[in-house]
Design a protein around this ligand. Sequence first.
Ligand code: F6R
Length: 611
Amino acid sequence: MCGIVGYVGPEEAGPILLQGLKRLEYRGYDSAGIALLNGSGVQVVKRSGKLSSLEQAVQEDSPSGTCGIAHTRWATHGAPNQPNAHPHTSSQGDIALVHNGIIENANDIRTQLSAIGYVFTSETDTEAVVHLIDRLWVEGEPLEDVVAAALRRVEGAYGIAVVSSRDPGKIVIARNGSPLLIGVGKNGETLAGSDAAAVIALTRDVVYLDDGDYAVLDMDGYRIKDIHGAQVSRTTHEVTWDLEAIEKGGYEHFMLKEIFEQPSSLRDVMRGRLMEEDGDSRLGGIAHHQPNLSRVRRVVITACGTSWHAALLGEYMIEELARIPVEVEYASEFRYRNPVLEDGTLVLAISQSGETADTLAALREAKHRGISTMGVVNVVGSTIARETDYGIYLHAGPEIGVASTKAFTSQLVALALVTLNIGRRRHLSVVQGGGIVRALKELPDQVEKVLELDSQIRSLAEAYADARNFLYLGRGLQFPVALEGALKLKEVSYIHAEGYPAAEMKHGPIALIDEDMPVVVLAPRDAVYQKVVSSIEEVKARRGRIIAVVTDEASELDGKVDHIIRVPQTIALLQPILTTVPLQLLAYHMAMIRGADVDQPRNLAKSVTVE
Ligand code: F6R
């Protein structure tokens, strides 16, 4: 959510910053801007709308300088217009600042500074910080000391980067609640980024700031100080994925690329982790925590959005195989309740980005109460990954499409691996465990088979592209799949969609059904199949149009429903992976046919780092 990039080094910063912004655009695309330091001061160019508008403006204005900062915005305070775009500058234009997060006492600062003559030109909370820096700056003081002094008066969440012609040749960055990292260059360049994608073209060596840290970046490298002003050293991590991973690689959209990457992302999450003979999983991230895990009496899984849907499936898995009671909580609700977290509870946070503000806050609340925490996270080195006591990575590679696809299916496999691991140390037999391992091994090939349905699903999307509403029905393990299918459709195609437990339909939503209501019914052959067939009859009796996702080669549904999507059969606990993939494709094609911007749906951004 909002992207920051900074560069100081021997080269012209403009093209490097724009390239970094391009790789961060998935984090926000309401407006974008850059600020470059050069002999004549700070030169700022910013535009509302997508990055292409900024690129054009930069071509026209040709700003220059070898030190600069840039930003792509997802609006929180103030409309997505040019005055509200970052960077924001001091009244004399000699300090420029970009910011992710929310400054909670911005109005107080604004009132105090306005009273002594400061003029505000935007509606943003960020502008208060740049004027505060100006106000506090005593001539001759280094930029980092003034920024630190200003931040001591600021409340809220931020990742910021600041440059000033009063103290040129450096970038000062600071973090409190919004991710920020330093890219350690090899040829006299130092970079900053809100995630590794911003710096990967120039370096794989990154240093993540902790909350409360601020750092000075210049051509000699970087120096980090903590909240108390003490110099600290933070570990350098190596980014293990390649630039290719964040490029489209011949696909029209990241979403489609990531849907088609699923056979390989599933192989990656399982790689080296399956022990078929023992019916077990080998998970380095939790191996040393077995004594803790054996004391777990209850699990609370917390997450948001698609990750929350994975959590619902995790609940089925853990209860079924490890026989531990599980509750699933929206992280945004959990953090403001007073949850009962007694000894023996494990809080499990699921997050693709590892930076979602609500999930992080829920996790911190659990830690504050002395509860042990575990993470299932994709982005290596992310805040949730670092702050949980232990956990496992998805190794799905960067997910750039705003709609989460491959991360979801990898989350389900990761949860199955964790469940297997806990279950085998409790009630699960080697035979049962072995069956699950074998089913896991077959999954990537089965997903490949589902992907072969792409053109069938595209034709289906053509038939329903004008629909105004969609209903998704599933029962048991297929209910979270119904929720996920509906979420995918609404976020990329803007069609209103609801996911419902199939049997609940008759308690209300059945009133919506007529010949204009497409209903996607998840009907794999499982313990509740016949019950789902009854729900199909009920929809049919009201002339609803049914798209059934089934696993049978041929069945009684063939003549009964309007369309059949046939996916391979696996064990019930893993079947959601195979029934979700066609729903991802359906959402993608519906959005394409309707002309929606699939990778950058309106109002959304990847990685929600504000409340
Ligand atoms: C939906 C989607 C979001 C995220 C949610 C949590 O396609 O991507 O609903 O799942 O914002 O994000 P993470 O998993 O990064 O915590």
